[in-house]
Every structure is written in structure tokens, then in C-alpha cells.
Design a protein around this ligand. Sequence first.
Ligand SMILES: Cc1cc2nc3c(=O)[nH]c(=O)nc-3n(C[C@H](O)[C@H](O)[C@H](O)COP(=O)(O)OP(=O)(O)OC[C@H]3O[C@@H](n4cnc5c(N)ncnc54)[C@H](O)[C@@H]3O)c2cc1C
Length: 633
Amino acid sequence: MGNFFRDNEDLRFYLERGVDWERLVSLTERALGLDEGFEDVSAAIDFYQEVLELVGTVAADEIAPKAAAIDRAHPRLEAGEVVHPEPLASVLAQLDALELHGLTVPRELGGLNAPLLVFHMQSELLARADVSVCAHHGFHAGIAMAALAYSIDEGTTTFDEEGRIVDTRFREVVDTIVAGQAWGSMDITEPDAGSDMAALRCRGTLDADGNWTVTGQKIFITSGHGRWHFVVARTEDEPGLRGLSLFLVEAFDVDADGTVRRTHTTLDGVEDKLGHHASATVSISFENAPAQLVGQRGRGFQQMLVLMNGARVGVGFEALGLCEAAHRAAADYASERVSMGKTLDQHEMIACMLDEMRTDIQAIRCLAMSAGYRDEVAKKIDIRLRAMPPADPDERAALERESAHHQRRARHLTPLLKYLAAEKAVQMAQRCLQIHGGSGYIVESGVEKLLRDAMVMPIYEGTSQIQALMAMKDNLMAAVNHPRTFVRTAAAARWRATMASDPLARRVAKLQTLQHQAIRFLLSRLAGSKLRELRGQPMADWSRAIRQFDPKRDFAPALLHAERLCIVLTDVAVAEELLQQCAEHEDRRELLVRWLERAEPRSRGALDQILTQGQRLLDALAQTAAPDVMAAK
Ligand SMILES: Cc1cc2nc3c(=O)[nH]c(=O)nc-3n(C[C@H](O)[C@H](O)[C@H](O)COP(=O)(O)OP(=O)(O)OC[C@H]3O[C@@H](n4cnc5c(N)ncnc54)[C@H](O)[C@@H]3O)c2cc1C
């Protein structure tokens, strides 16, 4: 019997040592030792391990062997409904039977109350077997948790004095998903609006009786044949993002006997895709579909980002699973295939590729675990502050600080994770195919499927370019808004780069100085004419002039180099996270060395491109309108 959890030492590191489970468990359980919960932290961890072992076995023994057949038999539209053909149908039924859709749902709502991080870890295991099975599976728990989070956010979830949930507005969504009877989707994209959400046209209308309806068409909706739809629609006459609101639409009613009665929504089609075949991607029309407004009018973009940021961490774990599959297939093949007298893995170039794949996988996992952990801790602290605000103001302030710290770091890491994981998934799948030579190009090998499946990762949940724009915007604006902090941080990194006693800390600091150099250079190129007179002056004095700049107009050089900056930011972020691990786990130093070996020249190269390239192109583009970076999702 295989087990995708047990055979993965790096993943087990995080369950056994690499995560502060004590903090996460303390925020996830109301209190330990209660009747319905765990006796102590180690009992909770034992339970998480049981779940991962179970999913690891199902992924290895039940899903992976059927992945090729699932790939061939796509979901199809029959009589207006999507049908899951065999063997996909039985694999999904097997997953339903595990009763894990409520894994992260609080116990009082019928769930198993596990941390979201455990859900993410099981996603990696499923994705290693088949990434599209994992994707569809994720639209169960993911939507239940989104419904709960939105209700808590708008104040329609009530808690008792011990912090237990008494009721929640979207109870039916949670209940039907936990029971394995439903799933949901996130409906944003339209024919003329993908990355550019400001162009969304789907309309939310309020009638005289105070009831909302939604009308319009959405395309490319993953698992959009489900019952619950979070739909972003335009409700205000204001153009752009401010006019958007979020709705919950029930796509169909289900009678007591289980008969589906589709009303107000039409499935227009199921896309015939390059890969990712277990996950139905549908186009759907809403015709005056009854809808519930979620949260405040006009805040649809911000609410969507909350859901999407979680989903981006999810894609990081999905991509990780695919990378594991690609690396293992490549390593296995290379260890057996003989060329010119020795196995492929003994040939220097192939050994180098395999080494890079192994290192990148560990780097992605490190970012994914950190982003997932921090996002969850921040959110759970916020919920605790709402449900059970501490009477002691110092305790409250400490919790707020802890939440803000994790939130900032999660916001920094999330686009970098999505970018790195998605780009590496494609690269690793391609390298896996390359290492298989001609056999890799033959469908029977199963290797080309990995590449087809990987190709969507840099596209959905915000493309790689959009992640790069987000990261660039956040980092530049942070330096603009807090120039003194930026200058201090940069000086401290320069000092550590020469003075830190640990040679690895020196190398990480040196890498950080490349990041600061890139940001400083891009800032100096912003609003060139405005800043020209400031050149040569200390950066801490720039803030007055920079405050007057218009990001939409003045960002051109930074927009051009966003992806290069993203590469540097990612190299640095991974190095920082690994250095932190090294402080507690000496054995992680070897991984940091491997990472730095590749990250240092890569970041130097990206910085060199930022410093020396692009003027010719910028001059040519100068007459055209700059894109609205603020509207990118
Ligand atoms: C399999 C699949 C599943 C999906 N699932 C969902 C789902 O569940 N829900 C949902 O709402 N959508 C979903 N999508 C849609 C997906 O989110 C969009 O395809 C994606 O956001 C890109 O939008 P677009 O296709 O309109 O491309 P465009 O936005 O037109 O982009 C085309 C290219 O231009 C680049 N680009 C765009 N703007 C800029 C810019 N300002 N600067 C630099 N480059 C830019 C993009 O990076 C991309 O490379 C899915 C798509 C696929 C293929």
C-alpha cells in the first residue's frame, strides 16, 4: 500500500516539528480537555496525522492509479446538467465517503474542527494523485468556510459566551456541504472581464420589496455546476471596482427526494480543456436569479479578494502536489533509464535538474506552510477578538499586534507563493517530460498529463503577471508610505550582510540588499520628472514628493519589471523563512544552502535586468495609456 503522506519526509517535517501547532491548536480549539475536543495539543496533532495518513493512502491507492482514466473521461453536459463519468464519479463518491468536507468546519456546525492548514496539507496529497480531483474537492470545504467567514465578517454569526457558534447566516450552505450533498463556486470571470475586474458587467438589482436578483453571464467557473455560487456583480452606477458587490446565489433547489430543480440559472456549457479534466469548468447564465447580498454594497472587490487570497494559498498547495508527482516520476525514470553507460540520474545535467526540482519543492512548501499558517492565525485571532474580546486591554492589544504581524506577512507571501508554485509546476512538469525523452511525449507514460494539468496554474486565481503586479505594488507602496522604515531596514540588511556571525545569515542579508536595490531603483524611476530634482537626496526625504504621484500614470518602469522584482522578492522570502527554520532546526541549513546556491545568481540576474533593460520599450510605449494596476485582481 502506498501512502503519499508517509513517504514525504519534508511534508512530515511540518507536522512533526516545523509548525507552531501549539498556537494554532489553541486558536482552533476553544479550550483543550473539553468533552467534545482534544485532551491536549499532541492528541490534536495525532488526529491531524490520522487524517493525513488516511488521505495519503486514498490518494496513492485509489486516485493516482485512476488518474489517466479520469483524464480521458471528461465531465459532460447532458440535458442541461453536468455528468461526472466513470471513474471520476466513483472517485468523488469515495472522497465523499471519507466525510472530510467538514474537516475545517467548527464542531458545533457538525465539522471536525481541524485547522485550515491540515486541509491544505491533505490538498497537496490529493493533488499529487490528480490535481483536478483535488481542485473539485476543494470547492466543498473552501466554500463552506468562505460562507462562514463572510457571515462572521458581516456580524451575522452569533457566539455563546464561550466562543461557541450558536448560529450562522449561511447555515444551509455549511450543512449541505458538510453532509456531502453540495458544493459551491466562485463566479467572477466574464467574457470581457478576467484579470480586469473593473470591466465586470453582471448586474445585481434590488427590487421595491428589498429583494436582490442577479443577471448576467459568467465563464470559466470551476465546479460551477454546484448549488452555491458566490457571484460578484455590479450594483452601483460608479465605474470600476467600487461598483461591485458580492452575492450568494442558489443555483437550484433540491426536493426532498433529491430531485434537482434548476431555476433562474442555466449551464451554458462545459469547457473542453487542455487538461485539469476532473474539474468541470462551466459557463453559467443568471436570469433574474434570486440572490442574497453578502456584506455591504460596493465591497464586492474587497470581499472577493479575501476568498481569493485563501484560494491562492490553496493553489500553492495544489501546485506543490503536482510538483511532487513530476519530480518523483522524473527521479524514478532517471534512476532506471541507462544512456551512454550510466543511468540518467548520473549524468550531470539531469542530476542538476533533479536537484533543482527537489529544492524548489521544499521552497514552495516552506512558503505555502508559512503563508497558510500566518493567514489562519491572523483570521482566528480576529474571530476570537469578535467572539470573546478579552477584558484586559493589554491582552487585547497583544492579540491585535499578533494578528496584524501575521496578516502583513501572509499578504506579502501569498502572491509570491502563487507565483512561484504555479510557474514551477509548469517548469517541473516540462522537465519531467524532458527527462523521459520520447517516452514522455507519449500519452501512455502519463507524464504529458502533468504538463497539461500544470498549464492552468499560472492562469487561474489571478495570473502570474497579476501576482507580480500585486507584489510590486505592495512593496513599492510600503516604501513610499514608510520611507524611513525602508531606509532603516535596508541599512540593517547591509550591516548584517557583513557583520552577522552566521555565514548563512550574511548570505540571506546580502540577498535582501538586492531586493532593496531593486525597489530603490524602481522608485527612483517612478514619476521621473517629479523625482528628478530629488535624485541624490536621501530617500527618507522623498515622501512629500512621492505622495503626490499617481500610481496609474507613473508606474510604467515598475510595471515593466514587476515579474523580475517578483523573482527577487520570492528568492528573498524563501531564504528568510528558511533562515527562521534554521534557528530551531539545524538540519534545515542544508536546504537553505541549496536554495541560496540558486537564488543568489538568479536574483542578481533579475536585478541586473531591472537596472539595465527596458528604456527602449518604455519609450515606445510612452504614448499609450498605462494600464490600471489597481484594478487587477
Ligand atoms: C481551468 C480554469 C478554471 C477557472 N476557474 C475560475 C473560477 O472558478 N472562477 C472564476 O471567476 N474564474 C475562473 N477562471 C478564470 C481565470 O481566473 C481567468 O482566466 C484569469 O483571471 C485570466 O483572465 P482572462 O482569461 O480574461 O485573461 P486576461 O485577463 O485577458 O489576461 C490575458 C493575459 O494578459 C495578462 N495580463 C492581463 N492584464 C495584465 C496587466 N495589467 N499587466 C500585465 N499582464 C496582464 C495576463 O496575465 C494573461 O497572461 C478559470 C480559468 C480557467 C482556465
